[in-house]
Design a protein around this ligand. Structure first.
Ligand code: MSP
Length: 625
């Protein structure tokens, strides 16, 4: 028996749980369930990241304390995970006293070792990202809310570990997975690694963990958040527990938080004298069509919407089957339905029906005796018996989709076996042998289903009951994963609609009816926006970005420069002289190094982008209400 420790990122408590969060958490749940089923001692950690500026601001806005705010909001994650049937061993919150004490301890350790120092720094600071940008990032990125800031802060000597980290990555090929992500990190480490600013002055942010050696400062959210992976398992006080679980087998993360996990975190651990994680596994993004799914795009798919309608397991199955770990995957309702119908309703559902129908017709649903395994059976038996090893080795690389494919290969094998043996004919000449064939098919189906249990715990438990065995009671029993577990003489149950087909037309019509609106706002909220008609007097390409145009807009009494992302749809000449509408009181932003004082309003149907123009001629600067 071995032990297995898996983590998800801890999610920003302010966010509404969406399919991106759900994916990682279900993935962790699936591998944790598989290891538990194999009898491994397993620990699955998830939780929420609850400090930082955004939380502080959101609480202020709602007129509550940050603690009240996070206490209310954390429930949204906990409820979603319950609803999605996620069985974690611990839900850690960075506001837990125990966690805070560990962060403080770690900071003090590094301070005592001389690995943290104080220094002042001036640079571009992104309020939205809560961090300083490098000059290169500032020039090349699109940033709102950036300001020049100079301040004294505490720095962790991350640069001291650059060589050690590079060597470690080379010596431990499993450390960062998939391989191309490893190369990405090595690429990043080819540049000189700077030190890491790990403090924020309280004057700017006080919702955080205070530095133990300077009460004017709190620690940087990432230093706080990453520490959760060890504070949760008893570091440093519960020595035995900590030794048992650390180093972690898998940190599951999304590709966007690779640097924090594969550079900041390992160097923090090196500084603390702790072993590094066995594997940091970065998965890709779920895209809507081809757009990145995020709140700002307003296309957040709420996992529970689909789970409520088609069942939690259907959603879990789709997410696990559809994404090739490491790559991005596209989420469409059409893809969801076709996957469900072909795999679950057809391949799996039909197989259950077929076998139980034959057993019902010829054996009154009582499992016949398998007798001796004949040479014609051995292919099937071998195929099924090898499944656990195949699934185990795919999951050791987080390839859940391939693991699932192996199970469906076996289902096809069962089909082939039934066609070849034709028990419906055999029954007339050799009843015992026909019974043995049906036993073999049923047992092969049971054993295949067992491997899908971690992905679809509810449905497979129902299926196993139909097959005359049960999931829960036998999870850790020897034999669950072995051929011959079904007992002859057992009466099977009825299988009504385990996976009813989804009618595509109906589902798509419903989708068409639903406008995916943002949260309701008040009239006062609306009146905060100052929308004006402007006349474009000059248009040119943005010097640093192909998709952007730089426009000079006449607003009557003043002229504005506005950057607009419409260069793929309009050339500068199309626009000069045109009247358009802009949000005129939007906070100015520097977009790829150019100032933008407002934003153009445009309709977007996914195919084209069309600026909103006034129907009759009005003066530039006219209000839009
Ligand atoms: N709080 C930090 C993590 C700290 S871990 C010590 C954080 N939180 S988050 O809530 O913004 O996001 C967490 C995870 O969700 C990331 O792994 C991110 O990749 C993932 N996803 C967010 N949107 C996603 C998709 N559309 N698709 C897949 N995963 C995505 O970052």
């Amino acid at each position: 028996m071995s032990r297995f420790y898996v983590t998800t990122p801890i999610y920003y408590v302010n966010d509404e749980p969406h399919i991106g969060h759900a994916y990682t958490t279900i993935l962790a749940d699936v591998v944790a369930r598989f290891h538990r089923a194999l009898g491994d001692e397993t620990y699955f950690l998830t939780g929420t990241d609850e400090h930082g500026q955004k939380v502080q601001q959101a609480a202020e806005k709602r007129g509550v304390t940050p603690q009240q705010h996070v206490d209310e909001y954390v429930v949204r994650f906990q409820e979603k995970w319950d609803a999605l049937n996620i069985k974690y061993d611990q839900f850690i919150r960075t506001t837990d006293d125990k966690h805070k004490a560990v962060v403080s301890y770690l900071l003090q350790q590094l301070w005592d070792k001389g690995l943290i120092y104080k220094d002042s720094y001036e640079g571009w600071y992104s309020v939205a990202e809560e961090r300083f940008l490098t000059d290169k990032e500032y020039e090349e990125g699109e940033w709102r809310d950036v300001k020049r800031l100079s301040e004294s802060n505490y720095w962790f000597k991350m640069s001291a570990y650059q060589e050690d980290l590079i060597n470690y990555i080379h010596d431990n090929p499993e450390f960062i997975q998939p391989d191309f992500r490893k190369n990405e990190v090595l690429g990043f480490l080819r540049q000189e690694l700077g030190d890491l600013c790990i403090s924020r002055p309280k004057a700017r942010l006080n919702w955080g963990i205070e530095l133990p050696f300077d009460d004017e400062y709190v620690t940087y959210v990432w230093f706080d958040a990453l520490t959760n992976y060890i504070s949760a398992i008893g570091y440093p006080t519960e020595e035995a527990t900590f030794q048992k679980w650390w180093p972690v087998d898998f940190h599951l993360i999304g590709k966007d938080i690779l640097t924090t996990h594969a550079v900041y975190w390992p160097t923090m651990l090196m500084a603390a004298g702790l072993p590094l994680p066995k594997t940091i596994f970065a998965h890709g993004w779920w895209l809507m069509g081809d757009a990145k799914m995020s709140k700002s795009l307003g296309n957040v798919v709420r996992p529970l919407d689909l789970a409520n309608k088609y069942g939690v397991d259907a959603l879990r199955y789709f997410l696990m089957r559809e994404m090739t770990p490491g790559q991005d995957a596209s989420f469409t309702i059409e893809g969801f339905i076709s996957r469900y119908n072909s795999d679950l309703a057809n391949d799996l559902g039909n197989m259950v029906n077929r076998i139980t129908k034959l057993l019902g017709r010829h054996f009154d649903l009582v499992l016949p005796d398998p007798g001796e395994t004949m040479p014609e059976d051995s292919d099937l038996v071998q195929h099924v018996s090898g499944l656990t090893e195949k699934v185990r080795s795919e999951l050791a690389q987080m390839k859940v989709n391939y693991a699932i494919t192996h199970v469906f290969d076996v289902l096809r094998e069962i089909n082939r076996y039934l066609e070849e043996m034709a028990p419906w004919k055999l029954i007339k000449t050799d009843r015992d042998r026909a019974g043995a064939v049906l036993y073999n098919a049923a047992e092969a189906l049971r054993l295949s289903a067992v491997h899908l249990y971690p992905v679809m715990p509810e449905k497979i438990a129902q299926l196993l009951v139909v097959m005359g065995t049960s999931a829960q009671a036998r999870l850790n029993e020897v034999g669950w994963f072995e051929w011959g577990h079904l007992k002859p003489g057992t009466k099977l149950g009825k299988t009504d609609g385990l996976f009813p087909r989804i009618e595509v037309q109906e589902a798509l019509e419903e989708k068409a009816e639903k406008l995916d609106l943002k949260d309701e706002i008040s009239f006062d909220d609306f009146m905060k926006m100052d929308i004006r008609v402007g006349k474009i007097i000059k248009a040119e390409k943005h010097p640093n970005a192909d998709k952007l145009l730089k426009l000079q807009v006449d607003l009557g009494t003043e002229q504005r420069q506005v950057i607009a992302g419409i260069a793929e749809h309009y050339s500068p000449d199309d626009l000069v002289g045109k009247f358009i509408s802009i949000i005129a009181n939007l906070k100015p932003a520097t977009i790829r190094g150019e100032l933008s004082q407002g934003m153009i309003l445009a309709a977007d149907d996914g195919k084209t982008v069309s600026p909103l123009i006034p129907l009759k001629k009005v003066d530039p600067g006219s209000k839009v209400r």
